[in-house]
Write a protein that binds this ligand. Structure first.
Ligand code: ZN
Length: 212
């Protein structure tokens, strides 16, 4: 059984990792239970480095976002879903899913840690959400996992965000620039696609070093 001390150390460790990923004080507070003032004094000694501005709110954002943003969100959502099914806690799964997302795109990252936190809340029905309103489904066309509203019925032949991305990849320079690891998204490697990339990264493979 973990002691109170173990749990406290783990919360500190998570808070440090979240702060390094750009999370807001409130996000860190909700995810770790650590008081925002304590988080600030420990990890943001310079007040100017505290992330400011309006925190992402509703999960409706996903449905209105452009294809690249939705694909980014799906990368995080799918990885989170996979890690949760492997038994990781929601906090661990979000940190690792977000790092995985960063490893396949380039800064500045289009999805902030706070946005990922918001999305995950609505997928798991935790933190900001009292019940799940988003879910992770598997596309019958390309095999990739994508985020959809709870209750969504997949119709055969209906493209998911990854199907659309793959279709447009060769003609859309913005998409090509957005996903520099091009071989991953290639029509010839459709079945390997994003899914393979994200599934081959097992928990810990990202260098999720607890000593960080
Ligand atoms: Zn698809």
């Amino acid at each position: 059984m973990p002691t109170r001390g173990d749990r406290h150390l783990l919360a500190m460790q998570h808070a440090k990792q979240l702060a390094a990923l750009g999370a807001r004080l409130k996000t860190i507070h909700v995810m770790t239970g650590m008081p925002p003032r304590q988080v600030q004094s420990l990890f943001f000694p310079d007040a100017h480095t505290i992330p400011r501005g309006r925190a992402p709110d509703s999960a409706e954002w996903y449905h209105g976002a452009n294809l690249i943003l939705r694909t980014d969100a799906c990368l995080i959502g799918a990885k989170f879903h996979q890690l949760r099914s492997h038994g990781l806690t929601a906090v661990e799964a979000l940190i690792l899913a977000y790092r995985t997302y960063q490893s396949v795109t380039q800064p500045p990252y289009r999805i902030s840690l706070d946005r990922a936190f918001n999305l995950i809340s609505y997928i798991d029905g935790i933190w900001l959400a009292s019940a799940p309103t988003l879910t992770v489904l598997t596309c019958p066309g390309c095999g990739c996992e994508f985020i959809a509203a709870v209750g969504t019925i997949i119709h055969p032949g209906e493209p998911c965000p990854f199907c659309k991305l793959l279709e447009r990849f060769h003609v859309d320079h913005r998409i090509q620039a957005s996903y520099p690891r091009r071989p991953v998204i290639d029509m010839t490697a459709r079945q390997l696609g994003m899914l393979a990339l994200f599934h081959k990264l097992s928990p810990g493979a990202e260098g999720d070093n607890p000593a960080e």
